[in-house]
Write a protein that binds this ligand. Structure first.
Ligand SMILES: Nc1nc2c(ncn2[C@@H]2O[C@H](COP(=O)(O)OP(=O)(O)OP(=O)(O)O)[C@@H](O)[C@H]2O)c(=O)[nH]1
Length: 212
């Protein structure tokens, strides 16, 4: 069974490959900021979980009905989104070094929640049938003895700039994270147990996605 990954995230692709799945990667063309602003103009501020669920769904739906290499999509489409909630505020990627530094100075010694949104569209047979999604959460606690020099060196590495929350649990920041409560894969990019649950919910055999 074929899985289409509606994501440009290298970590999401790597997660699937680690568990024996070689997805078809189809970058979703979604203006995340504009879409969140559009919905919030109607509903008011979105909670972090609602925001990542909305964006995961929009990314998956963005490739519904498209063709890949001239062929209709025949399988399941998976979209994801991540945001880190700290001090009641949801953060995406910092993008700029000074933003990443401020985040680390604030979150050192504290804890926050990584919200991971998932959406799957059943697109077997070349047409959209149904969709389902779920948000998973993981609580992370950061070490309280991280020095300013360590923060400066980590920011200078460039790693924190393009990841939600300005940290990675599978990279240079791992030694700065004391504990994770929840599925580690949800932090990296998408909760693999949730992806399995959602696909089985459509009656799919999980092992049929393995490319072994
Ligand atoms: N490797 C790694 N990546 C992380 C970690 N935490 C967050 N990320 C990445 O941070 C990015 C969060 O941005 P998103 O907007 O969800 O996804 P994206 O990278 O923009 O990719 P799209 O799905 O195309 O939007 C994702 O690529 C996550 O995989 C982590 O601990 N490790």
């Amino acid at each position: 069974m074929r899985l289409y990954l509606a994501s440009t995230s290298p970590a999401r692709l790597s997660l699937l490959r680690q568990i024996g799945i070689e997805p078809v990667v189809v970058p979703p063309l979604v203006d995340e900021e504009a879409e969140v602003a559009r919905v919030e103009a109607e509903t008011g501020p979105l909670a972090p979980g609602a925001m990542v669920q909305l964006l995961a769904r929009l990314k998956a739906e963005a490739i519904v009905g498209t063709e890949v290499d001239g062929e209709p999509i025949d399988g399941f489409i998976l979209g994801g989104d991540s945001a880190f909630e700290f001090g009641g505020v949801a953060y995406g990627k910092p993008h700029r070094p000074e933003v990443a530094r401020d985040r680390w100075l604030a979150q050192r010694g504290g804890s926050g929640v990584l919200h991971s949104g998932h959406w799957i569209v059943d697109h077997r047979g070349g047409a959209r049938r149904d969709g389902a999604g779920r948000v998973d959460e993981a609580r992370l606690t950061f070490a309280d003895d991280i020095t300013d020099d360590e923060i400066d060196a980590y920011v200078a590495s460039g790693e924190p700039l393009l990841v939600a929350g300005a940290f990675t649990i599978d990279g240079l920041a791992a030694p700065f994270i004391r504990s994770i409560e929840g599925a580690p894969s949800a932090v990296v990019g998408m909760s693999l147990p949730v992806v399995r649950d959602l696909l089985r919910g459509f009656g799919a055999d999980w092992t049929s996605f393995w490319n072994r």
